[in-house]
Design a protein around this ligand. Structure first.
Ligand code: NAP
Ligand code: G4F
Length: 323
């Protein structure tokens, strides 16, 4: 029997990699997209002929019910969210509507249409925020530091609640930062790799950044979508931390990215208050022991490998554009 998966957020970084991965596993892939005045399918252009795109929105429950009724997926991966922390400070209510209540809408739609559908929720290490222990595990209490983090805590607990209340196969992956050449340009890693490439090619002279001392546990997005799928193949639903176990500062990322193209970051980086946050998450580092032992998951790309992949991809992309 061909398995059918629905991905919300298929036009995003993770959605595009997950769609690719599920296609290689023989799945029929349905991608939920929202209406926009311009098409934004860049990340899935290369697989568009192999997936079915259907319109619905996490803000509109009826659209979700209709979508599930029509396609009857076996697995639902809820990756859609307002996912940028900085924006959540300027649009806290909107972030709550999409990133928090959106999870209830899709869980409830599943409960109404067919509670046998397996569900994956994209939880986040941002839920640990001002961390109360190091490293962070599935047992570490949450202390979110942004409206985004607060919304993700809601999404996490409503997933647990539907699992316990309705016996649904609902899992959360508590994913630490994961990056790639498909990362949005507003996130710090891609902002850096893109700027490094522009500076190297003589298209820019400086890179303005906020807090250089924040530390993150950075992995490679294609490694992380494998973990999402593995969670839904287990006998019992559960929650898992997905991380590398290594933490690096923004400064280290910048330093390594510039040095990879033979430049010194101190000649180009300018600190700019505009990119500071009202409340910061200073240190994240996950303990992926449970994912390793129970799912057999481990990351394949190192921190250095990730930076190189991203810088090289941006240099190649810009060179191609300049031809
Ligand atoms: P992303 O690139 O920002 O993609 C977000 C996706 O959500 C896009 O496809 C977007 O559609 C869609 N979306 C936003 N609002 C929607 C709505 N109201 N209805 C339907 N779709 C909507 O995010 P990502 O990096 O791939 O992350 C995927 C998920 O994992 C997110 O939930 C994020 O919060 C979570 N997460 C990410 C990380 C990470 O490091 N990347 C770590 C932990 C958790 P448009 O293209 O139309 O905007
Ligand atoms: O790249 P960021 O914007 O990612 P952040 O806030 O860690 O959130 C990402 O990871 C979460 C998982 O932990 C996801 F849930 C979330 O959806 C998203 O994918 O910022 C990383 C760090 C922050 O400490 C920020 O203050 O970089 C610091 N930073 C310094 N200068 C900057 C900048 N961040 C951005 N975006 N832009 C800057 O100029």
């Amino acid at each position: 029997m061909t398995k059918r998966a629905l991905i919300t957020g298929i036009t995003g970084q993770d959605g595009s990699y997950l769609a690719e991965f599920l296609l290689t596993q023989g799945y029929e892939v349905i991608g939920m997209v929202r209406r926009s005045s311009t098409v934004n399918f860049e990340r899935i252009e290369h697989i568009q002929a192999q997936v079915t795109l259907a319109t619905a929105d996490l803000l509109d429950e009826v659209s979700l019910i209709n979508l599930l009724r029509e396609y009857q997926p076996h697995e639902v991966y809820n990756l859609a969210a307002q996912s940028f922390v900085q924006t959540s400070f300027s649009q806290p209510v909107f972030t709550g509507e999409v990133t928090a209540l959106g999870v209830t809408r899709i869980l409830d739609a599943i409960r109404i249409v067919n509670p046998e559908m397996r569900f994956y929720q994209a939880s986040s290490s941002e839920m640990f925020g001002k961390v109360v222990e190091v490293p962070q595990t599935e047992q570490t209490p949450f202390y979110p530091r942004s409206p985004y983090g607060v919304a993700k805590v809601y999404g996490h607990w409503i997933t647990v609640n539907y699992r316990e209340s309705y016996n649904m196969f609902a899992c959360s992956g508590i994913l630490f930062n994961h990056e790639s050449p498909r990362r949005g340009l507003e996130f710090v890693t891609r902002k850096i790799s893109h700027a490094v490439a522009r500076i190297k090619l003589g298209l820019d002279q400086e890179l303005r950044l906020g807090n250089l001392e924040a530390r993150r546990d950075w992995g490679f997005a294609p490694d992380y979508v494998r973990a999402m799928w593995l969670m839904l193949q287990q006998n019992e639903p559960d929650d898992y931390v997905v991380a590398t176990g290594e933490t690096r500062s923004v400064r280290e990322f910048v330093e390594f990215a510039f040095s990879h193209v033979g430049l010194n970051y101190q000649d180009y980086v300018v600190q700019d208050e505009r990119y500071m946050r009202p409340a910061e998450v200073d240190l994240l580092v996950g303990d992926p022991t449970k994912a390793r032992t129970e799912l057999g998951w481990q990351p394949e790309v190192t921190f250095e490998g990730l930076v190189k992949i991203m810088v090289d991809a941006d240099v190649a992309m810009l060179k191609e554009r300049l031809r």
